[in-house]
Ligand binder design. Structure first.
Ligand SMILES: [Zn+2]
Length: 394
């Protein structure tokens, strides 16, 4: 780890057994130990507790030992487009400009920027990712990065492409499938991708209820998106339209279950949230990207209040300023005064891990979790101020 962000240190235990101490240990956002220790054996957390005088081990300082962050939704392959695509002309114009500029850059420029993106992700304390790739060019990079999580091959249109499910050799990173969105992919394609991911017991990711065009098309069968498909001779007459909402539409297709990750949820009502909760669907929100592209924020408070546990994602550098979960947490802290700091930390750690099927591996420092975690030099006098100071850490 050569690059560090905000003094964030990634601790990776190489010895068979080690003990790490600090002023605070955040086991979970709801279980915080003052003057605590973490005992690691064979790269697994085996014990956490309160340090007693004379406890040997590595004293990291007055700050906090905590789980690594999870960036539950990003597109590393768009990293070269940072600052290159205008947000001002609306979402469809943004997509069009993105496709043109992505095509003009070429594969090696996209890959080089993605590599820098991985460095930035890790330097800001993220140890788990849900990376979405349409071009398929970041697979090797992510598999060999040392990050945990899921690399998703995203598909759209109506015909599934070839795909192999193999992940990394150490079992930290899985490769699975993603459908782009309910309005850009045929029902048959979505069902096929979902079926293949489920057969491998892996998460299936999809953008849901993000744009107004998506909602209007699925809710009426008409609008700009219907015209767009018609102009391209794409026949959507067999799609089960109109639906009550994008969430209702995916429910009709039978693809909402605990292995589906629904991303964005910018346009959902209580009924949609209850469907997602009832089906056990995993959820991820990307509020800074939504603010930039759609001038609108997801109602995260409502998602939480109705029992969902959304992970936090940055989306890509084509729609966001950074791939740092610190920045995403600070944004949530500043724009959602009703959300408790413990919930914000949970979204950035345990909820994101749960969304990607990583809850047994990471997201907390409970016994059994991986022995790599973070030390942050954040001072605090109480556990409440500790959480606030992590979110606001500069
Ligand atoms: Zn996305």
């Amino acid at each position: 780890m050569s690059q560090r962000f905000k003094g964030c240190e990634i601790i990776q235990s190489t010895r068979a057994s080690s003990v790490h101490r600090a002023g605070w240990v955040m086991v979970t956002p709801w279980k915080i130990i003052e003057n605590g220790y973490v005992r690691v054996e064979n790269n697994r957390v085996v014990e956490v507790g309160t340090s007693v005088f004379g406890t040997h081990g590595i004293d990291h300082g007055a700050g906090v030992l905590m789980p690594g962050f999870v960036n539950a939704h990003l597109h590393l392959e768009l990293s070269a487009l940072k600052g290159a695509v205008s947000f001002d002309k609306g979402f469809q114009a943004w997509v069009g400009e993105l496709l043109v500029k992505r095509g003009a850059l070429g594969e090696s420029a996209l890959k080089n920027a993605a590599r820098t993106g991985v460095d930035q992700v890790m330097a800001s304390g993220t140890l788990g990712v849900g990376d979405i790739s349409t071009l398929g060019i970041t697979r090797e990079l992510v598999v060999n990065s040392g990050l945990s999580g899921v690399w998703f091959q995203e598909m759209l249109g109506s015909t599934p492409g070839p795909f192999e499910f193999a992940g990394d050799a150490r079992g930290k990173l899985n490769c699975s499938l993603a459908g782009h969105a309910p309005h850009t992919s045929s029902p048959e394609l979505l069902a096929r991708l979902k079926e293949r991911a489920t057969a491998n017991r892996l998460p299936f990711s999809i953008h849901v209820a993000e744009s107004s065009d998506e909602s209007r098309f699925l809710e009426t069968g008409r609008g700009d998106w219907a015209d767009f498909l018609t102009e391209r001779a794409i026949d959507f007459s067999s799609w089960p339209l109109p639906a009550v909402s994008p969430v209702d539409y995916l429910d009709r297709l039978g693809i909402l279950d605990p292995l589906t990750v629904a991303v964005h949820l910018l346009r959902v009502n209580d009924r949609d949230i209850d469907i997602l909760k009832g089906r056990g669907v995993k959820t991820v929100v990307c509020p800074r990207s939504n603010r930039n592209l759609h001038k609108r924020l997801p109602d995260i408070k409502r998602l939480l209040d109705r029992g969902l546990t959304p992970g936090l994602g940055t989306d890509s550098l084509a729609s966001n300023d950074s791939l740092s979960i610190f920045d995403e947490m600070a944004f949530v802290g500043g724009n959602y005064p009703g959300i408790a700091p413990s919930d914000i930390l949970a979204m950035a750690t345990v909820y994101g891990a749960g969304a990607l099927g990583l809850a047994e591996r990471m997201g907390t420092l409970l016994p059994g979790r991986a022995g790599d975690f973070l030390y942050l030099p954040v001072a605090a006098s109480t556990s409440e101020t500790l959480l606030e100071n992590i979110i606001r850490h500069e």
